[in-house]
Design a protein around this ligand. Structure first.
Ligand code: F6P
Length: 420
């Protein structure tokens, strides 16, 4: 039976989420006997609830291919949590009503742990409401915190950006350390897990190389140990590069820096820990500092994306469609590492119930005994993920990224839906 598909991007976007969209759309186009149209949600799942969908069929093959090298979320993404079925049945009913009206039998939800939960719930409710939909979660998160899968598309590219930036900034700081800046602090993302901060460790190879201090969310912040480490580094090497995860916390669980706002999932908005640490360094040690917040620059940096990451992002999109066509539902394609050296990987799958709402933290064996560095095991895990370059095409010195027409799908329902 031929039915249409709905694809939505969810949560924070990445440099390669559009490569996954490209994988989904190109693969669906090869199976026109099974998948009719591929609709995308304008602003993610909100597009389905408000019946505001985009007809990807209006885009040429060339435009869709260009998604592979274009960062951001081409259709718009959202942080919008569908509540529990019992609390908010209307939302699920609306979703199925829209799917029914547009004969959507396939749902591809591209996101992190929260989104896998949503995809899981939709697979259950479809059946209950008598309109079964094949729901496939498609992994994506720069935080790299989905369990089971070896890595999450989006992470490898952020990891590469952070490792490269740390190496480059270190060369800058050391140049004038004796007479000017002694301490440079780079704040990176990773709400609860320290994978991105760990990637900065790839910048150096020991012998006093930067980064000299990495602060992980997994290790409670110890003010005195931190200051002692910074002082020691300046004494030994004349300078100190600190990489701090935005999710670094005190032993009591409080983040060093919370912006005071929360998103739809109840997550605290983070940011500003670099400034907090910089002030600590100045007031306690008297060193001149500079700091940088990599923020959206790190997850948008398609110009320096990891080739492995781009390939994996595309592969999970392709696999999602193939799994759905093979009759699977409530699963997520995974990346399975089959060898470290040479790095080899393949695609596997896992039930959504096993990944929904679960976070994979850095194992303790990946963090040095001092709590401020990464181990060889961690290096072995991370190294392959940043391998290779996949430069976008450039014109006049700038990358050429594609903008879609995003043609709306004609509405079929005469009811509006008010978002909670
Ligand atoms: O999607 C993960 C992430 O990039 C986190 O690392 C970061 O804390 C968060 O998103 C930022 O979210 P937002 O862009 O919604 O503020």
């Amino acid at each position: 039976m031929r039915q249409n598909a709905f694809y939505a991007q969810s949560g924070g976007v990445t440099a390669v989420i559009n490569a996954t969209a490209c994988g989904v759309i190109e693969t669906a186009r090869k199976h026109r006997d099974r998948i009719g149209k591929v609709y995308a949600g304008r602003n993610g799942i909100i597009g389905a609830l408000t019946e505001d969908m985009i007809d990807t069929g209006a885009e040429s093959a060339r435009t869709i291919a260009a998604l592979r090298h274009t960062p951001g979320g081409a259709f718009g993404s959202a942080r919008y949590k569908l509540k529990g079925l019992e609390e908010n049945r209307a939302e699920y009913e609306r979703l199925i009503e829209v799917f029914k009206a547009h004969d959507i039998g396939y749902f591809f939800y591209n996101g992190g742990g929260d989104s896998m939960d949503t995809a899981h719930k939709v697979s259950q409710i479809g059946k209950r409401l008598g309109f079964p939909v094949r729901c496939i979660g498609v992994p994506k998160t720069v935080d790299n915190d989905l369990p089971i899968t070896d890595t999450c598309p989006g992470f490898g590219s952020v990891a590469k950006y952070v490792a490269v930036s740390t190496r480059e900034a270190a060369l800058d700081v050391v140049s004038m350390a004796r007479t000017s800046t002694r301490v440079f602090i780079l704040e990176v993302m990773g709400r609860h897990a320290g994978w991105i901060a760990a990637a900065a460790g790839l910048a150096g190879n020991g012998n006093g190389d930067a980064p000299h201090v990495i602060l992980f969310p997994e290790i409670p912040f110890d003010r005195d140990a931190f200051l002692a480490r910074v002082r020691d580094s300046v004494e030994r090497y004349e300078y100190c590069v600190v990489v701090v995860s935005e999710g670094t916390r005190y032993a009591d669980g409080h983040f060093l820096a919370e912006a005071g706002t929360r998103d739809a999932f109840g997550h605290a908005q983070l940011g500003g820990v670099a400034a907090t640490l910089a002030e600590l360094v100045r007031s306690e040690l008297g060193f001149k500092y500079h700091y940088a917040i990599a923020d959206y620059l790190q997850r948008a940096a398609r110009h320096i994306a990891s080739k492995v990451d781009v390939e994996q992002a595309y592969a999970v999109g392709k696999a999602a469609v193939e799994l759905a066509i093979a009759g699977e539902t409530a699963v997520m394609p995974t990346i399975v590492r089959t060898s470290d050296k040479p790095y080899r990987w393949t695609i596997g799958k896992v039930a959504l119930g096993r990944v929904a709402n679960r976070e994979k933290m850095m194992p303790r064996r990946f963090i040095g005994r001092d709590g401020f560095s990464i181990t060889q095991a961690c290096r072995r895990y991370l190294e392959p993920l940043i391998r290779g370059e996949d430069y976008p095409p450039y014109r006049d010195g700038l990358p050429t990224y594609v903008t879609l027409r995003n043609k709306p799908v004609e509405r079929r329902l005469d009811t509006d839906f008010v978002l909670k």
